[in-house]
Design a protein around this ligand. Structure first.
Ligand SMILES: Cc1cc2nc3c(=O)[nH]c(=O)nc-3n(C[C@H](O)[C@H](O)[C@H](O)COP(=O)(O)OP(=O)(O)OC[C@H]3O[C@@H](n4cnc5c(N)ncnc54)[C@H](O)[C@@H]3O)c2cc1C
Length: 386
């Protein structure tokens, strides 16, 4: 068992970390205050990241991606947690793994342009009546002689405004769900309002409306009725990366701010970090962050061994998201009134952290998965020596 990182991994982490500190963090306040990322600044960070081969790192090298292993990707994603959602999207890309199921002409039309950063893609599953119950959607696609006709609505779609095409789940039969690649601009496809959120300022979250949208046969991902399963399977690694690893990175960032404050802020003639009750908040944060990090690394290692890590990723999703929540809450407490005040970034981290327990499957849904699997498989899920 070797827990050390090799020189290549250390250099990669250093490159991403420096890029975030020099190019992205300086933009955070402006995005927070204006509520959007200026298009020319978005283009500039995209170009600089691409020049350093930091765009689409999770995608295979044969199609123009970075070809990173799951472990290496996770190490980068942990660093991404040190900045905000919209800046990550524009600089490093959000090229979703389900696209790897593209075949034939789909590779040139949707997959490769997404990996190259020429076309942005959003993932489009949730509806107002179907969130946790992703199979309970009403959006449907019916076969006709030209391909498929898509009808329905979606909501909460991250990055909708910036996206050129959408990976959309739709019913293609009574109990059959398929995934389609739907280009912006098709007749009958309209973008709705930006649904304002508690945090993640700068990232638009849109409603989408499909009214008799004619899709070509080539828009279907995988086989009819199979694409949804393929997509949900591929989303496992997205969950590990974009929720698990980023939550660890964000908690790490906030913990360091909390530590610095505890060392600088003086009350009763002492730094507040000398008070045991403040020390407990620091200690608990450090313990939980380290536990979450090793869970993330272990799940990534399992994926790289070709092992099934579904349950481990569900555990990561719950633990890393909840760790982040506890760490940002303690940080507000340690900062006192300044933690609540908009003059510092702590209150923003507090708001941004809340979504981690909700999207990509709520904590309750993942606890349900873990409990059901454990009931079925037994101690193998908590006793590694079985
Ligand atoms: C900022 C943001 C960005 C998002 N981005 C996207 C996106 O890009 N694409 C996309 O498709 N979706 C996106 N979503 C949707 C997100 O994935 C859903 O909000 C999430 O899956 C929860 O669904 P819901 O909001 O409908 O809540 P509900 O499913 O209505 O859940 C409400 C509550 O009931 C609980 N609950 C539900 N079912 C069970 C159960 N079986 N057992 C126990 N408890 C249960 C939940 O845990 C939760 O506490 C985004 C949402 C937000 C807020």
């Amino acid at each position: 068992m070797d827990f050390s990182l090799n020189d290549g991994q250390k250099m990669m982490i250093e490159t991403v970390r420096r890029f975030i500190a020099e190019e992205l963090q300086p933009l955070e306040n402006e995005v927070e205050e204006t509520g959007f990322l200026d298009k020319s600044k978005a283009q500039a960070i995209h170009d600089k990241a691409k020049a350093l081969s930091l765009y689409g790192m999770n995608m295979p090298a044969e199609i123009g991606g970075g070809g990173l292993s799951n472990m290496d990707r996770i190490l980068c994603e942990e660093q991404f947690g040190h900045t905000t959602d919209i800046l990550i999207r524009r600089a490093f890309g959000n090229v979703y793994e389900p696209l790897l199921h593209c075949k034939g002409e789909q590779i040139e039309r949707w997959l490769k342009p997404a990996v190259a950063g020429k076309r942005t893609c959003a993932i489009t599953i949730t509806e107002s009546g179907a969130g946790s119950d992703a199979a309970g959607i009403k959006t449907n696609a019916k076969k006709n002689d030209k391909g498929w006709v898509l009808n329905g609505t979606k909501h909460f779609i991250s990055d909708g405004e910036w996206s050129d095409f959408f990976l959309v789940s739709a019913k293609t039969g009574e109990k059959e769900i398929s995934m389609f690649m739907v280009d912006k601009g098709l007749a009958g496809f309209t973008l709705g309002k930006d649904q304002k959120m508690m945090g993640l300022r700068g990232t638009p979250h849109l409603e989408l409306f499909f009214d008799n949208v004619q899709l070509e046969d080539a828009a279907l991902l995988g086989e009819a009725g199979q694409g949804f399963k393929l997509a949900m399977g591929a989303l496992n690694v997205v969950r590990l990366a974009q929720v698990g690893a980023r939550a660890v990175g964000k908690a790490t960032h906030v913990c360091e701010l909390m530590l610095n404050w505890a060392n600088e802020r003086k009350q009763f003639g002492s730094k507040i970090g000398d008070f045991q009750m403040v020390q407990q908040m620091i200690a608990d944060s450090v313990i939980e962050i380290n536990a979450a990090r090793w869970m993330v690394y272990h799940a990534a290692w399992m994926l790289d061994q070709g092992m099934d890590a579904r349950e481990q990723i569900a555990m990561v999703k719950v633990h890393a998201a909840e760790t982040l929540g506890r760490v940002v809450d303690r940080a507000v407490q340690v900062f006192g009134g300044m933690g609540f005040c908009k003059e510092l970034s702590i209150e923003r981290y507090y708001r941004d952290a809340r979504i981690y327990r909700i999207y990509d499957g709520t904590s309750e849904i993942h606890r349900g998965v873990i409990a059901k699997s454990t009931m079925k498989k037994g101690a193998v899920l908590f006793d590694v020596h079985r």
